[in-house]
Design a protein around this ligand. Structure first.
Ligand SMILES: *Cc1c(COP(=O)(O)O)cnc(C)c1O
Length: 363
């Protein structure tokens, strides 16, 4: 029996919510699938594959070195372990030993968030101990500097829409504090689109998630200083083993980065073009009115904003969209205001037609 939704009695899912881990994040391209298939069908000297794909990506990204890991979360845990152990083999085999006391990882308090998993859990898994700097609503370079002690192993900056944005120091400011105290700075840029700017801003290690902006298979990427990347690679003999990534995804992800650098992500103009007929069709449905809106944070992302009038509430419509097969997932942040948002970055033409058909049935 060939693979299908039916084989495991699964619902088909149309993802009009954006890049969501609970739905599998993103679809990969034919190009990436071909690379994954080559990986699946061949053998490699695995350490060679790891080092050489890393070197290939390092060249593309203009950094000293790079290492593909299984997820951005694995990147956080292994970066923390690497900077605590500093290449020491005793540490690799005894990652949580009491003989090593320099384990503090300083994080701005407003960055100690839950992105689906708390940042702190990944730091702890790497053997680190989170020390928060500043306050819930503010963190300055001075707040970070005053938390540095003999036990500080590294500084960690989370660049994300999940974090507090106001009155927070920048990556460059945090890098300056790190340099002044000769400490390494890790930047978690898991979902960020720019694969260059945080190293340029002074970060020593920068972490990306494979399936978010890059739209690759399940993977993570750590780029930065050669010595630190070597220490990360060493974790494969220790706690990194539980975070192993397969040869298929190493090759698929490498291809995805190359494609992403060449093509970028879909432009806002292209989204608007694809949205226009979709919004016009929804606007014809009784008790619905639709328009195109830009992302609230001002990013080059456009979505369909659909107001629900009449007897059914937006929340009821959202639930009914999810209940059927295919299940349609939307952005629900504005449901209390009677608005459903459709993010079409991962939705194709035929899926848009299915959404319109479902909305007609529901209304
Ligand atoms: C998604 C995310 C992660 C985790 O990425 P995975 O590849 O799913 O482990 C880490 N940090 C931030 C800020 C994220 O948004």
């Amino acid at each position: 029996m060939t693979i299908s939704y039916e084989k495991f009695d699964l619902k088909e899912v149309i993802n009009a919510s954006g890049r969501m881990t609970i739905l599998g994040v993103s679809k990969v391209s034919e190009n990436v699938l071909a690379a994954q298939r080559f990986g699946g069908e061949h053998f490699f000297e695995m350490s060679d594959l790891s080092v050489k794909t890393g070197a290939y990506l390092a060249q593309l990204l203009n950094v000293e070195d790079a290492q593909i890991v299984s997820s951005a979360s694995a990147g956080i845990a292994q970066s923390v372990a690497a900077l605590i152990g500093q290449g020491d083999l005793y540490h690799v085999y005894h990652p949580y030993t009491k003989k090593i006391t320099k384990r503090e990882i300083i994080v701005p308090k407003g960055h100690n968030v839950d992105y689906g998993t708390p940042v702190e859990v990944m730091v702890t898994q790497g053997g680190g101990q989170v020390v928060e700097a500043g306050y819930a609503n503010m963190c300055s370079p001075e707040h970070v500097a005053m938390m540095i002690t003999e036990e500080t192993a590294a500084l960690l900056y989370i660049k994300s829409h999940h974090t507090v944005q106001k009155s927070m120091l920048t990556v460059a400011e945090m890098a300056k504090v790190a340099q002044e105290h000769q400490l390494p700075l890790i930047v978690d840029a898991a979902a960020e689109e720019d694969l260059f700017k945080y190293v340029v801003a002074g970060a020593d290690l920068v972490i990306y998630s494979g399936a978010k902006a890059i739209e690759g298979p399940s993977a993570g990427l750590v780029v930065g200083k050669k010595e630190y990347i070597e220490w990360i690679r060493l974790q494969a003999k220790g706690l990194g083993r539980a975070m192993k990534i397969g040869k298929d995804n190493i090759l698929g992800f490498t291809q995805a980065v190359e494609d992403y650098l060449k093509n970028g992500s879909e432009s806002g103009d292209s989204m608007k073009d694809r949205l226009t007929p979709f919004v016009e069709a929804i606007d014809q449905i009784s008790d619905l009115s639709a328009k195109i809106v830009q992302d609230g944070a001002g990013r080059d992302i456009y979505r369909a904003s659909v107001s629900v009038h009449g007897k059914k509430s937006a929340k009821e419509v959202i639930q009914e969209l999810k209940d059927q097969n295919p299940a349609v997932y939307t952005r629900e942040y504005q449901a209390n205001n009677g608005i459903i948002e459709f993010d079409i970055r991962s939705v194709n033409q035929s899926e848009m037609e299915k959404i319109i058909k479902r909305l007609k049935e529901i209304m």
